[in-house]
Design a protein around this ligand. Sequence first.
Ligand code: GTP
Ligand code: MG
Length: 719
Amino acid sequence: MKTYLTNQIKNVALLGNTGSGKTLLAESMMFEGKVIERKGTIEGKNTVSDYSEIEQQNQRSIFSTILYTEFLDRKLNIIDTPGSDDFVGAVISAMRPTDTVIMVINSQYGVEVGTEIFNRHADNMHKPMVIAINQLDHDKANFDQTLESVKQTFGKKVVQVQYPINPGAEFNAFIDVLTMKLYKFKGDTGIREEFPIPAEEMDKATELHNILVEAAAENDETLMEKFFEQGTLSEDEMRKGLSVGLTNRNLFPVFCTSGKRNIGTKRLMDFILNVAPYPHQVAMPKHEGDKEVSCDESAPTSLYIFKTSIEPHIGEINYFRVMSGKVTEGMDLVNSNNDVKERIAQLFVVAGKNRNKVTEMVAGDIGATIKLKSTKTNHTLAVSALNGIKYESMVFPNSKFRTAIIAKNDGDTEKMGELLNRAHQEDPTIIVEHSKELRQIIVSGQGEHHLNILKWHLSHLHKIEVEFIAPRIPYRETITKIATADYRHKKQSGGSGQFGEVHMVIEPHIEGAPAPSKYKIGGKEVNISVRGTDEVKLEWGGKLIFYNCIVGGAIDARFLPAILKGIMEKIEQGPLTGSYARDIRVAVYDGKMHPVDSNEISFKLAGRNAFKQAFKDAGPKIMEPVYDVEVLVPSDRMGDVMSDLQNRRAIIMGMGSDKGFEIINARVPLAEMNKYSTTLSSLTSGRATYNMKFAAYEQVPSDVQDKLLKAYEAEQEEE
Ligand SMILES: Nc1nc2c(ncn2[C@@H]2O[C@H](COP(=O)(O)OP(=O)(O)OP(=O)(O)O)[C@@H](O)[C@H]2O)c(=O)[nH]1
Ligand SMILES: [Mg+2]
C-alpha cells in the first residue's frame, strides 16, 4: 500500500444500536473501496469485522474492529463497534482515535436506546456526527417515522441531505439535495446511475435543498453574506459550510443507506472524504509534557495506543493512532508511561484479522504493531525529543455489574488470576480486584452479558471453568456511644503465668474533636490526662485514636504498644461481623500489672478483650457502602423502574428528564445492587441504562443488621 498523507486520511467510527447494521455497512464500504472482492454476511459468519468465533456465534459484534478502505485516492479508516451498552468500552476506545462518528439508525425502529447512549458519549468527546438511516431495503423500513424520531432526539441540528424514493423491499433510489440528483441502483452491485430530479419531486427537493444551503451558510460569515446576496451557494461552498458545522457538532447531516444492498454507501463515503474533518482539523487530546505537538507529518513522532488485544498465534497486538510525525518500520521509541524503550519492528494496516505490512505511516493514520515489550492501551510512545509526552487516558464509565469469581478447579486459581489481569489490559472496563478484606476475587464490568463473554473466553480458549458467586459486601463496623470495660487476663499454668489488666473508655471518633479530659465512669467523674496519642489512619477509611492516659505507673509504658496491637486485631476483624471497624477512639486510663507474670502477650489479650467487650456496649452499628445511582429510563417504564428501586432500599434524590428520557437520581446500598443491570434491562427491554458511583458509608437499618449478625454467627459456628 502507498503511504497516505495526513490530508488523504479520514477516520470514522461506526456507532449505533445493536442490529442497526454497522458491521454490514462497514463490509459495504470495504467492498466499494475494493478492499474486498465479495461481501460477507452476518448469517454467513464471514464478515471482515466480526471475525472472532464468539462474535460469529452470537451474530453480534463484541469487540471494536479496525478496518480501512481506499476510495478516491484516499484512505478511510473505519472502526466498527458493538451496539450493546455492555461493550461501551469498545465504543469509547473506537471514538478516541477517530474524528467523525457515523451513527447508524435502523429504519425499522428509529432512534433506539443505543443511539441515545452512544450519542451521549460522542457528545462528551465532541465528535462530529453523521447520521445514516440504514436498512432502507427492509420491508418494514419506515423512513418518515425514523426521521421524525431522529429530529425529536437531536433537534434542530438535524439536516437532511438525502431522502429515499421507495423505501421498503423495492428500495433502489434516493434523492440527494446537496448534489441535486436522483441516484438509482442496479441490484446489489452498488452500481448507480445519476438522473436529474424528476418533476414530481422537484418541490420537495428544492425545499430541502434550501434548508441545507441555509444550514451550511450559517456556519461561516462570508458564506452567509454570499447566501444573502445570491440566494444560494455553490456545491463547494456548501461543503465548506457543512464541514464547519459538522466539525463543531452544530449540524448532523442525514444520509440514506442499505449496507446489505450497497445503496448509498458510496455517497456516504464521498461526503466523509470531502466534508468530514481531516485528522489535523480537530483538536489534539490533552497531554502531559512541555513540548507542543501537532498532527503534522513533519513534527517529531508520537503514537497513542487505543487498543491492545491478544490474537491466537500472534500474541499481543497494539493498535495506535499516529498523533504526530511519521512512524517507520524499525523505529525506536520510548514508552512515556514506563520509560521502556520499544522498537517498532513491524507496521501494519489492518482490516479485521487481515494485516498488510507497510513501511511507514504518517500523523493521523491508524495502524497496528506487534511484539512490544510493555506497551498497553492508553500508553504513549514517542521519540525522546518529545521529553516523555503523555496523552490523556480514556475515561470509561464506572462498572455496573460486580461479581465474585472462583475457579471450579482449585488448581486453576492462579492461572485464572493471570488471565483476568490480561483481560483487563485488553478491555479496561473489566476491573479485577483481589480483595484481601472480602477474601474473594471480584470482577466488575458493564453488565452480566459482558462478564459472561469473559467466562466464555476463559472456558473456551483457556479451558478454565469458572463460577460467578455472590460478592461479599465490604461492611464496616463502628460505635455510636461511649462505653467502658475493665478486663483482666490471668492464666496460671505450672511455671510462669500471664497477667494483664486494662481499663478503657471507647467512644466514636469525630474528626476535629478535642482530646478527652474528663469521663464519667461508674457514676463518678474521673479526670483524664493524656500522656500520649497514637492516630492510626486506617487503610479502609476512617481512624483509630489511641490515648495513653495511664497515671502513677499502673501499667508500664512498654506494654502500651501491645494493648494497641490487641485493639487493632479487633479493628481489623470487627466484633460484629468480622468486617473492618473504623472511627473509634480509645482511652486506656488504668489497669494492673503483676511483678512477675505481666508480659506483652498478656496485655495484648487484655487490650483486645477489653475493646471487644466495650464495643458491644457502645451501640455498635454496621455500616454499608451506599452508591449514587443515575438511571435513564424511557418514560413509559418509569413506574416499574421506580418501584423496583424502592424495593432496593433506594432513597430518591432527584428526578429530571433529558432528550426523551427520564432521569432518576437515587442512593442505593451496594448490597441491593446485585444484578441490577440485568433486572433493569428486563424491566425496560434493554431501553434503559444507568451509572453508579461510590457515595458513602451509612448505617444499615436494624432489621438488616439483625440479619447480618445472625448470618455471621452461623458462619462462625460452621468454621
Ligand atoms: N434488510 C437489511 N438487513 C440488514 C441491513 N444491514 C444489516 N442487516 C441485518 O441486520 C442484522 C444485524 O446486522 P449487523 O450488521 O450485524 O448489525 P450491527 O449494527 O453490526 O449489530 P451489533 O454488532 O450487534 O451492534 C443482520 O441480520 C443483518 O443481515 C440492511 O441494510 N438491510
Ligand atoms: Mg456489528
